[in-house]
Design a protein around this ligand. Sequence first.
Ligand code: SF4
Length: 698
Amino acid sequence: QAAMTHRETTTQTECPYCSVQCTMNLHEEKSIMVSRYSVTPNKEDPVTEGRLCVKGLNAHTNAVDDRRLKYPLVRMDGTWSPVAWEDALQRIKLEIRKIQQVYGKDAVGVYGGGSLTNEECYLLGKFARVALQTKYIDYNGRFCMSAAAGAANLTFGVDRGLTNPLSEVPLAKCIILAGTNLAECQPTIMQHFRKARQEGCKIIVIDPRETATCSIADLHLKVRPGYDAALVNGMLKVILEEGYVDRDFIAQRTNGFAELAEHVSKVSLAEVAALTGLDPLHIIEAARMYGQAETGMVFTARGVEQHASGVANVRNFLNLVLVTGKIGKPGCGYGAVTGQANGQGGREHGQKADQLPGYRLIEHPEHRAYIAQVWGVPEEELPRKGVSAYEMMEAIDRGEIKGLIILGSNPVVSGPNSSMVEKALKKLKFLLVIDLFESETARLAHMLLPGSSYLEDEGTMTQLEGRVMVRRALKTLPGKARLDWKILCDIAEVLGKGDFFRYRKAEEIFNELRVASKGGKADYFGMTYEQLERQHGMFWPCPEEGHPGTSRMFEERFEHEDGRARLTPIEHQNPKEVASKKYPYLLTTGRVLQHYLSGVQTRNTPELNSKFPEPLLEIHPESAGEIGLINGGHASVTSKRGMIRLKVKYSAKIRRDTVFVAFHWGDDHCINRLTNPALDPTCRMPEFKVCAVRISPG
Ligand code: SF4
């Protein structure tokens, strides 16, 4: 009898959180009444070699949490009422029709996320352009990867996060980790860097804080937030003057060296030292370490990228890579360390305002024609380019967008100047949110639909290396929840566009995505689910079946038409806000180990939330002493955009002029109420990483 009522199964899945996408074994003990789940690492995982962090070990708990949304909810007289799907879909049809008939197609927008599967990202882009015919679509990855993507496109001609697989890290003799705290954000890949160090690699960490990642650093450059490009100009000066350049590589594979050299010749190291707050000898030491090393890799992340000059900052690091010829070879490359689970795939398949699948451009006539043909719609019916994520919020605030559909994102917590985001969303005539829990954004919605978690979803994810992996569904959906992609198809159906959205399973969407990406820069055409599973994922580009995929980029040529990379002189720009008498400190934001993005999932995981239940104001004890703050007491932090109250944590590891707060919390603990929405002119990344604040006790 016991054997009949008790069943144990083990299946493999991937963590839903960060960009490493660690694989894991999910164990289910099923008895008549309940299922109990637990997780162990997958020792066969070639990237993590059997490691999981605390988030991965607990990821399943919120997917099986009883508080998950289980029914479509409609707000009636200020409270949520469950409704049948049919009624919910009819209401959605009415609301969208009403808005579009009065205000035009563009009056309804779509907002996506970088944790969705490739199939969902692709479908969301198609849904916006075909079912809604709106130009307004963008996603939270605009706040995450857009600067690195913009820089890589301009410099290399294509954006793939890591140009080399992580297995090559131990081949590097010098590694620069700029604005990336791997030890907390992607902890399971740290062993590649430790191995490199054991092999004699020198590691340089560039960060205003001495983070956990500094445990592997030979040199830590505690740069003033917002001065990375100036620092790299200083390093370039040393590298050019002392001759650590690869002349053959520059001549054969790059354009623009003369202009760069001319610019760098005018750089003053003393000025760089003053701007960055660094000892000039340390800048020289860093330049020599990287310049003299036979092989080397540079990694950047949000610390460098989330600035109004984010693209320029990254481009200067790419200058460093190119003048030393350290790319396209084993142990030589560049990596933008993606944060979100599908930060890479999320930016390839058309949920960006300016983009169609396969990195095609929405304003490019041939790209439009190709995708229109794949989708079976007239090219002239495809909407034009919309605006970036924060600019969409501004368009809502101005009343240009009246209805919004948000899938798997929480912009009220993750957007910059988030009080304005909240104010704008409250103006909408119709806000529909699809999520797992009632997030801060969902609280403002008129309708809330229960979507799918990673344990129910099927689809592919492209992790930080550019490796595409299949995720299989392991459990049934709770209550009346539906798969995210199915919800989009259901809405398309009631809008009369169902014929364009007939899929029986995620694999059929993937097969359409393969065709849509064919010939594009992110080409998935040669991949099938079966192959992806057999090979533990494949790297794009993979242009035809039988192609092995491309683990190392740029061995022979870059992706600009002439095959050459672009070197570019970068003028340092000050952050849009600098310290002043009224706002004397610099606020920088980031992540902690226990939480993921806006915290909707991790704050709903007791095991994680209990370890880090609220944000802390990290401040140097001497600065705290001057202000009169007590460790463990409270402080008010004020920028030009707002004020929040936080618990104080002394840390001698941070610069004296800088304070740090993690961004995973909402409401009164939402640090993004303070951050600056100044946007990068190229990629429209907001300046999350530096704004001026004043701090007072209490
Ligand atoms: Fe791996 Fe990232 Fe998940 Fe941690 S959060 S287990 S590092 S995928």
